[in-house]
Design a protein. Structure first.
Length: 151
């Protein structure tokens, strides 16, 4: 980064880190949309005797996607102004529990965002060929997004 003058000052470090987090988040969103399409295409292309096996194996990657999305929803729901009455009703112990749940959810979501492009939502559990196919799809989709947005 220093070689290409991407980082010259502390403000540049913050900008590069923010851009990297945004890129990771975009990658996760693209993976969430692309992984079911690729998995369905694999199941459709499989021999009829293997389709049921691949569908059963798809439950783990679906659970990984659901866990990351649920953690983001939990932290957002815990902080919404509409639930202020509920937070007041549970008192201080409930607020502490909600705070701990919110912090854990945010940490889990950030950790999932970082690991999702690497482990591709555990899609190797379906078939060992799914992660490389998804990685290729992700690269082309992100390149298309960059072309569309002018990045």
């Amino acid at each position: 980064m220093v070689t290409y003058n991407a980082v010259v000052s502390a403000a540049d470090v913050k900008a590069v880190a923010g851009a990297r987090l945004n890129r990771s988040w975009a990658g996760v969103l693209v993976l969430v949309c692309a992984s079911p399409v690729v998995a369905v295409a694999l199941v459709a292309a499989a021999r009829s005797d293997l389709r049921r096996l691949y569908l059963r194996r798809a439950l783990r990657p679906l659970g990984a996607v659901a866990a990351v999305m649920a953690s983001m929803d939990t932290s957002a729901l815990a902080m919404t102004p509409e639930l202020a009455g509920l937070r007041d009703a549970v008192g201080l112990p409930g607020k502490i529990a909600l705070g701990v749940l919110c912090l854990w959810s945010i940490g889990f979501a950030l950790y999932g965002i970082v690991l999702s492009p690497v482990h591709v939502f555990r899609t190797a559990d379906i078939h060992e060929a799914v992660p490389p196919v998804l990685a290729g799809v992700l690269v082309w989709e992100m390149a298309l997004l960059d072309v569309i947005t002018g990045a």
